[in-house]
Design a protein around this ligand. Structure first.
Ligand SMILES: *[C@@H]1O[C@H](CO)[C@@H](O)[C@H](O)[C@H]1NC(C)=O
Ligand SMILES: *[C@@H]1O[C@H](CO)[C@@H](O)[C@H](O)[C@H]1NC(C)=O
Ligand SMILES: *[C@@H]1O[C@H](CO)[C@@H](O)[C@H](O)[C@H]1NC(C)=O
Ligand SMILES: *[C@@H]1O[C@H](CO)[C@@H](O)[C@H](O)[C@H]1NC(C)=O
Ligand SMILES: *[C@@H]1O[C@H](CO)[C@@H](O)[C@H](O)[C@H]1NC(C)=O
Ligand SMILES: *[C@@H]1O[C@H](CO)[C@@H](O)[C@H](O)[C@H]1NC(C)=O
Ligand SMILES: *[C@@H]1O[C@H](CO)[C@@H](O)[C@H](O)[C@H]1NC(C)=O
Ligand SMILES: *[C@@H]1O[C@H](CO)[C@@H](O)[C@H](O)[C@H]1NC(C)=O
Length: 683
């Protein structure tokens, strides 16, 4: 029952009733792809937001008729004044007052956080520009790039992982290349197509141009003769090495955009579009390197390394890479099943928990907490199936039917779902209306929908259009004006994990806190694919689940012997709190660093069969729990948060964990005693 947005209740119910297309509601379980065209899709009623920014300030007009990215690596460039820097590995980029600044960031670290520091090492602009403008224009973007125009003369191809920053000078102008450091040296090759700029901070920058360019030094600015063509900037990461010839060799092939293609299961292929001549040199992050397929099409240049908050970035030659993960099997149930002799204890808990379900008495109207209640109940149906006690299922089914309603609204400006509270207040529903946390919230509903469609196929068929429309809000693969939603709203195809933060300017770029809730989103989408017998959805959901897990294990899970982060940070932290593009924090949005049970819990919940895969490393689970345990001695630690600590303890010490779990007096709002017992008895 929709008790939440009473004012829109009628409208929603009306729309729900009349918008189910007859052809879809009578279709049985046919397979469809998840790239459904706009007109096939269920449309949520349009919402009018008073809090969303206008995308036309920065996106070129030919882009604004399509859904636009809301959680992307370049988000800072298109909100507020557009002048906050973004991390386009290996450089921080800032665009301000018709000038683009390039920074090879230093990394500051202590036990509280590790963060990249922006310094404008190189500023590029048109000399004596009489009309600097505040706004740049985004003229195109792709999975792996964004093109930023400073009208009318400069176009920057910001391609992620390019060791060169590429600028196309569209008309003959004199360029100004400024720095906050002293210029210690400026030397060119004989035909003036390459310069070496030595800065007072010790950095050496290499400049490559597509044709001869005259450069003159004036204080800490370098002024060019009139020039049009392509100019590229690369930092020489290590002064006395053999790296300069490597950068020389690949300087004439430049990427202008790049896409990620899913053509095989459990693999992602990067393909860059390039101009110029020769082979493409890019940089790979540690996860890329781990997943990079060992074929002959790419060559790793081990010596070429740039430092980064994500670990060393290593040179790779080739304009197409394939990355493969081991398959992750998405399943409804635990891998090993619940021990037979503990069925009675689980069933007792289940009977009590199901008895407590009351759809007329939902404790919340916030989309996040409401979704957690839906998913919590849905787990009970699956646990009942696992322990062969189906008597409780009808009650769960009814509860799910009464509580799952497509109670979202559609925003036409960026192209996506919002909620009523989120359309009025930036912080309503945790910022859902400014595109925060979509995969977290919707993931819980998808879990409920997947389970309900499984146990009640008639309901599933009836509400399939709504179910798919919800899922596509963050899992659309297509792009362009025929899509209703932006491509993969949260999932970052270069970092290979999701971002939760939407349209807010942040010094440190996008961020994500809970990797386990992100995993839940793609896992639940895959389960929905299973319920609807849609192998393509299962495949994509499983791939994104696998990637999100890899990324969590690479960047969030901090093992004792980790070398990716600085030693003082590693020593103090077994898990990252908030992970930003530019920073690793030990605090959470809702708790300080020393309350470690929150930090553990938010990386574990919701407790599901897929949690087995996320925490498959028993040694790490032990390190994380032992690091957390002292926090539980504090006065007033919530039983729900303790529960997740004991659940992880169950990964390596089942007996102790069971004692602790039996002694709990309460559970997280998305968890239950049945679920805790199911977990521990299936270890
Ligand atoms: C949601 O609940 C809060 C308090 O829990 C209440 O103040 C608010 O009016 C409710 N909103 C709606 C739309 O029902
Ligand atoms: C420039 O961006 C600002 C928002 O930062 C917006 O108000 C203004 O309309 C934009 N100007 C143009 C010419 O698009
Ligand atoms: C913007 O740049 C122009 C010259 O390019 C300069 O005169 C002006 O002071 C700059 N404005 C700001 C706010 O930095
Ligand atoms: C880490 O550095 C920041 C910034 O200087 C400081 O505010 C913080 O207190 C430091 N943390 C510790 C544990 O020293
Ligand atoms: C949009 O228009 C610009 C010119 O303003 C063009 O360079 C760009 O390629 C166009 N982008 C797309 C996606 O068509
Ligand atoms: C370079 O640009 C930054 C803004 O990114 C500005 O603060 C700085 O003053 C500029 N420096 C020079 C030397 O132009
Ligand atoms: C509604 O739920 C609250 C706890 O969420 C409980 O205290 C109350 O007794 C319930 N009311 C009814 C009528 O079930
Ligand atoms: C059981 O939990 C209580 C607090 O709820 C605690 O005081 C007690 O020590 C626990 N017992 C065991 C055996 O862990």
């Amino acid at each position: 029952m929709l008790i939440i947005f009473s004012s829109s209740l009628l409208l929603l119910l009306l729309v729900t009733t009349i918008c189910i297309s007859p052809s879809l509601s009578t279709t049985t379980t046919t397979t469809t792809t998840i790239n459904r065209r706009k007109h096939d899709l269920f449309t949520f009623p349009e919402g009018q937001s008073t809090v969303l920014p206008d995308p036309s300030s920065f996106f070129s007009p030919n882009l604004t008729s399509s859904p636009l990215p809301t959680n992307s690596f370049f988000q800072n460039l298109v909100i507020e004044q557009g002048d906050q820097h973004e991390y386009i590995h290996p450089y921080l980029i800032k665009s301000f007052n018709s000038s683009l600044s390039l920074s090879y960031p230093s990394i500051f670290s202590n036990s509280s956080f590790t963060q990249q520091v922006f310094t404008p090492d190189i500023n590029i602009s048109v000399s004596n520009n009489p009309n600097p403008t505040k706004n740049h224009t985004i003229s195109s973007f792709s999975d792996l790039s964004v093109t930023l125009d400073i009208q009318p003369s400069l176009r920057f191809f910001l391609v992620r992982g390019s060791p060169y920053l590429t600028c196309q000078v569209l008309e003959k102008v004199s360029l100004s290349i400024a720095t906050v450091h002293n210029i210690v040296g400026l030397v060119s090759n004989s035909d003036k197509t390459k310069y070496k700029v030595v800065l007072g901070n010790g950095q050496i920058w290499l400049l490559y141009s597509s044709s001869s360019i005259g450069l003159t030094r004036k204080g800490s600015t370098v002024i060019s003769d009139d020039f049009s063509g392509v100019i590229r900037f690369a930092l020489l990461p290590n002064a006395d090495s053999k790296l300069e010839p490597v950068l020389d060799r690949f300087s004439s092939c430049y990427p202008v955009s790049g896409s990620a293609v899913f053509d095989d299961s459990f693999s992602v292929k990067y393909k860059w579009d390039t101009e110029g001549s020769g082979d493409l040199l890019m940089l790979a992050n540690p996860l890329h390197i781990r997943l990079l397929d060992d074929d002959d099409s790419v060559k790793v240049v081990d010596d070429l390394k740039y430092k980064s908050i994500d670990g060393e970035l290593v040179g790779v030659v080739g304009s197409s890479w394939v990355m493969k993960t081991d398959p992750v099997k998405v399943t409804w149930y635990s891998t090993k099943g619940v021990e037979k002799e503990s069925y009675p204890e689980v069933i007792d808990a289940l009977v009590q928990d199901v008895k407590g379900l009351d759809s007329n008495n939902m404790s919340t109207n916030a989309s996040y907490f409401y979704g957690k209640l839906v998913a919590r109940a849905a787990r009970m149906a699956l646990i009942a199936e696992e322990v062969d006690y189906v008597d409780v299922i009808p009650k769960v089914k009814q509860y799910l039917k009464d509580t799952i309603e497509p109670w979202f609204l559609y925003d036409n400006s960026w192209g996506g779902l919002i909620t009523l509270q989120g359309s009025k207040h930036r912080d309503g529903d945790f910022g859902f209306g400014i595109y925060n946390d979509h995969h977290f919230h919707i993931g819980y509903y998808l879990y409920g929908i997947a389970v309900l469609a499984k146990i009640d196929p008639v309901w599933g068929r009836k509400y399939r259009p709504q179910a798919y429309s919800l899922m596509l809000d963050f899992m659309t693969l297509s792009s362009g004006p025929n899509s209703k939603y932006t491509r993969l709203r949260c999932f970052d195809l270069w970092n290979l994990h999701s971002w939760a933060a939407g349209l807010t300017e942040f010094e440190n770029g996008r961020n994500q806190e809970s990797t386990s809730e992100a995993v839940n989103a793609y896992y639940s989408a895959a389960l929905m694919g299973m319920a609807y017998e849609d192998p393509h959805l299962v495949e994509v959901g499983s791939l994104l689940t696998a990637m999100e897990i890899h990324a969590a294990q690479t960047w969030w899970h901090v093992k004792e012997d980790d070398t990716l982060y600085a030693a003082d940070f590693v020593q103090a932290n077994r898990v990252v709190g908030i992970l930003w593009q530019n920073k690793r924090d030990s605090v959470l949005w809702f708790a300080p660093a020393d309350q470690k049970e929150f930090r553990l819990g938010i990386q574990v919940l919701p407790l599901l069969p897929i949690t087995e895969v996320l925490f498959s490393d028993k040694e790490y689970a032990k390190q994380l729990v032992e690091w957390t345990l002292p926090s539980l001695k504090r006065e007033g630690v919530g039983e729900g948060w303790k529960g997740f600590v004991y659940a992880l303890e169950g990964v390596y010490d089942k007996e102790n964990a069971l004692t602790n779990i039996r002694n709990l007096t309460g559970h997280d709002d998305g968890n239950s005693l049945s679920n805790m017992l199911w977990w521990i008895f299936s270890r």
